[in-house]
Design a protein around this ligand. Structure first.
Ligand code: AMP
Length: 193
């Protein structure tokens, strides 16, 4: 199964993707995680991405398309994958379509987590507090001010993807404000339908 999870930052894409990994046995491909690993390893991509990520802005399409192209060629992605945080712009979605067509593959589903945006900043604050309490590093972009920039980037650059996939007939939606377990059940039901 090849799946895209769409939704604003803090919608629960990462949490739900991890649960779907267990359920379907396919990897979660999170461009945010891949970029954070590149930043930590100080690779050329990481050095280019760091400032933009810390500011809550999007990294260039070329960079993320390149890393997704490489990652989807790895053996564990041969049976499918869950894209979390990619695509985030219409050019990225077009590049993904081309990438899959070249590999003779197709997307099975695009699911958007619908959330009440007024609740998102509190989720992000909670995520930062939980990370701190667990002794884990707190993401620089999980700061309420940076979060505003991330949400603005979502509205300007990512939200148009709903229309892009709706026009292809592949968009499904799930209420992301339910409990985590209920969101997972709804996602599984949508994917098995
Ligand atoms: P995330 O972990 O998905 O919230 O992503 C964290 C940050 O990584 C974003 O705010 C962007 O700076 C960058 N990023 C992740 N995925 C993408 C993408 N598909 N396109 C551009 N930038 C991305």
């Amino acid at each position: 199964m090849r799946l895209i999870l769409l939704g604003p930052p803090g919608a629960g894409k990462g949490t739900q993707a991890q649960r779907l990994v267990d359920k379907f046995g396919i990897p979660q491909l999170s461009t945010g995680d891949m970029l954070r690993a590149a930043v930590a390893a100080k690779t050329p991509v990481g050095l280019q991405a760091k400032e933009l990520m810390d500011a809550g802005k999007l990294v260039s399409d070329d960079i993320v398309v390149g890393i997704v192209n490489e990652r989807t060629n790895e053996a564990d992605a041969s049976k499918g994958f869950i894209l979390d945080g990619f695509p985030r712009t219409v050019p990225q979605a077009r590049a993904l379509d081309e990438m899959l067509a070249k590999k003779h593959l197709k997307l099975d589903a695009v699911v958007e987590l619908k959330v009440d945006e007024s609740k998102l900043v509190n989720r992000i604050i909670k995520r930062a507090e939980e990370a701190k309490a667990a002794g884990q590093p707190v993401r620089k972009d999980d700061d309420p001010d940076v979060f505003k920039t991330r949400l603005a980037a979502y509205h300007e650059q990512t939200a148009p993807l709903s229309g892009y996939y709706a026009s292809k007939g592949s968009l499904r939606t799930v209420d992301g404000m339910m409990s985590m377990d209920d969101v997972t059940s709804a996602l599984v039901a949508v994917l098995q339908a």
